[in-house]
Design a protein around this ligand. Structure first.
Ligand code: ZN
Ligand code: ZN
Length: 256
């Protein structure tokens, strides 16, 4: 198993008590569990202080989860994973959907317009980022120019071997905060990547991200997580995930 701990800002690890997983998917995009199943799992698991559900290019499940935050012992923040050109950007604390297909800096600017935080997901993943990976390695300062707020240096579900090593290399000399996430598509993958921060709440996490006092840790998904996702990836599921969110039925909140 791969485990790492990367810290920026020179803080003592003992100060970073909170644990957040800010990247996971429901069955509304390409994950398996529903938002409600995720919330109940995180409550039972009892190790995460803050989570964000970040479906691909749709916000409805995440906003529904956010509306349920008072019912749980952990904090919930709204989020989305936006498909930009040659890259995925996680927008946290956003409430309006940002269209897919913008450039990365355009996507970051749209997140900031809503007062959100923009995190570059899996920057070393060549299957998604293509030539941008080389660009990040050669000129990492472009991430600062694009006004990205934080970079995911640990992704527990990464597809390409060495992806997280490349991400750490990109971030070696950059003055940006780091995050670690599970990118969970199954319940059992939730919490396998996490961000440590001072405090316990979403507000504490936001302060830590803005001040650059975070650490990234985690372990890769288990083989079972990959198998479950593979078996769930039917042609029907793939077609469903390609339908624009505007054409899909919004989540209906239940009260049971
Ligand atoms: Zn992604
Ligand atoms: Zn993802």
């Amino acid at each position: 198993m791969i485990s790492l701990s990367v810290i920026m800002g020179g803080m003592n690890m003992d100060v970073l008590m909170g644990r957040a997983d800010l990247h996971m998917h429901t069955c509304a995009s390409d994950g398996i569990p529903s938002a409600k199943q995720i919330l109940e799992y995180v409550e039972r698991q009892g190790v995460l202080d803050v989570i964000a559900i970040t479906d691909h290019d749709r916000l409805d499940e995440s906003l529904w989860a956010y509306s349920q935050r008072d019912r749980y012992a952990f904090d919930i923040i709204p989020g989305v994973e936006i498909s930009a050109v040659r890259g995925h950007v996680i927008g946290l604390w956003v409430s309006e959907l940002i269209p897919a297909g913008l450039s990365i800096p355009e996507t970051v600017a749209a997140i900031h317009e809503q007062g959100g935080i923009a995190i570059l997901a899996h920057p070393g993943e060549v299957l998604i980022n293509g030539g941008h990976v080389l660009r990040y390695l050669r000129t990492p300062s472009v991430l600062v120019q694009w006004e990205i707020d934080a970079v995911e240096v640990f992704n527990a579900g990464t597809m390409t071997p060495g992806n997280n090593v490349v991400a750490r290399r990109i971030m070696r000399d950059l003055p940006l905060p780091v995050v670690g996430n599970s990118d969970a598509h199954t319940l059992s993958a939730i919490g396998r990547g996490w961000t440590r921060f001072a405090g316990r709440t979403g507000a504490d996490l936001r302060t830590a991200l803005l001040e650059g006092h975070t650490a990234a840790e985690g372990q890769r998904w288990s083989i079972t997580d990959y198998l479950k996702l593979s078996l769930n990836s039917t042609p029907i599921k793939r077609i469903r995930s390609s339908v624009p969110s505007s054409l899909m039925t919004p989540h209906v909140a239940t009260t049971d």
